[in-house]
Design a protein around this ligand. Structure first.
Ligand code: KMH
Ligand code: ZN
Length: 275
């Protein structure tokens, strides 16, 4: 069986990365939109968006999301926009959920609590159900973000409960300090836990980004890269843009004989309905 074309997601800035860590992290709406555009030109069909306030700190303010989405759509109307509902550790659920009302096609749905470095990222079942039902209500497709194996079971629970219907898409986030390590056996176990007709992507954190990408490309999965997850292009070399990370994954995919999905291909694969 030949695999579908490869969907590359670019996770543009995240909530945690600072200018002290890398001068290349985009922070303003214009910078974030420009990075989304460059990533799209390099081969990304989805952008995973977080936004920052005027001081560069993470915010889930719907108005800032609307501004960024508007800028992105002006530059590349077909790109699939996935907003974060994870936000940053410590934000309230109401604060986090604002982003889905900014008009995206997709949103991340974190399906379990995990240690996140020295902190705890809280996603209990009532929060997961609440976020899922609000996404379903306004036709925003969730990408289930699973940091641990149990998070897959939680995602399947909201499906079994009838809150989420339609095509299922998972993101296995592996290598967050304090959470599930980025390891081939862990990835296989997670892939084996989802329904046959579901699709999946992997986000390898830090130095694991390309190791996980290669596995996903070979296994028929999809790949997320970007400065949210990893700021290095290779050991000790900072990526100057998200586009450099996307270009690298596209190069690897081509070497391995996997074609790259356009945003239109990705919409078909993920069964994203027009709203
Ligand atoms: N910033 C992390 C605490 C997501 O986007 O849904 C959560 C996160 C996950 O980035
Ligand atoms: Zn995120």
């Amino acid at each position: 069986m030949s695999a579908d074309k490869l969907i590359v997601t670019a996770a543009i800035c995240g909530a945690e990365v600072t200018r002290e860590q890398t001068p290349y992290i985009p922070l303003t709406p214009e910078e974030i939109a420009n990075e989304a555009f460059l990533s799209y030109k390099a081969g990304a069909s989805i952008v995973h968006l977080h936004v920052r306030d005027k001081a560069g700190k993470p915010t889930q303010d719907v108005e800032v999301f609307k501004k960024v989405i508007d800028l992105v759509r002006t530059k590349c109307p077909e790109l699939i926009i996935q907003v974060s509902t994870g936000g940053a550790v410590g934000m309230t659920p109401e604060e986090r959920l604002q982003s889905i009302y900014a008009g995206p096609e997709m949103a991340s749905l974190d399906t379990g609590t995990t240690n996140f470095g020295d902190e705890i990222f809280v996603n209990d079942m009532p929060l997961i159900r609440h976020f899922a039902s609000k996404m379903a209500e306004i036709n925003v497709m969730p990408e289930f973000e699973c940091f641990e194996l149990g998070h897959v079971s939680n995602a399947l629970r909201v499906v079994k409960e009838g809150i989420i219907k339609g095509h299922l898409h998972f993101d296995f986030v592996l290598g967050v300090p304090g959470s599930c390590p980025a390891d081939v056996r862990n990835l296989i176990r997670m892939v084996d836990s989802i329904p046959e007709d579901a699709t999946w992507t992997v986000s390898g954190i830090g130095r694991h980004e390309f190791e996980m990408a290669m596995l996903a490309i070979s296994m028929g999965g999809n790949v997320r890269v970007g400065l949210e997850d990893n700021i290095y292009l290779s050991k000790g070399v900072l990526a100057k843009s998200n586009a450099e990370l996307v270009e690298k994954v596209v190069r690897i995919a081509k070497e391995l004989g996997r074609e790259i999905a356009t945003p239109m291909d990705a919409r078909k694969i993920l069964v994203i309905k027009d709203s």
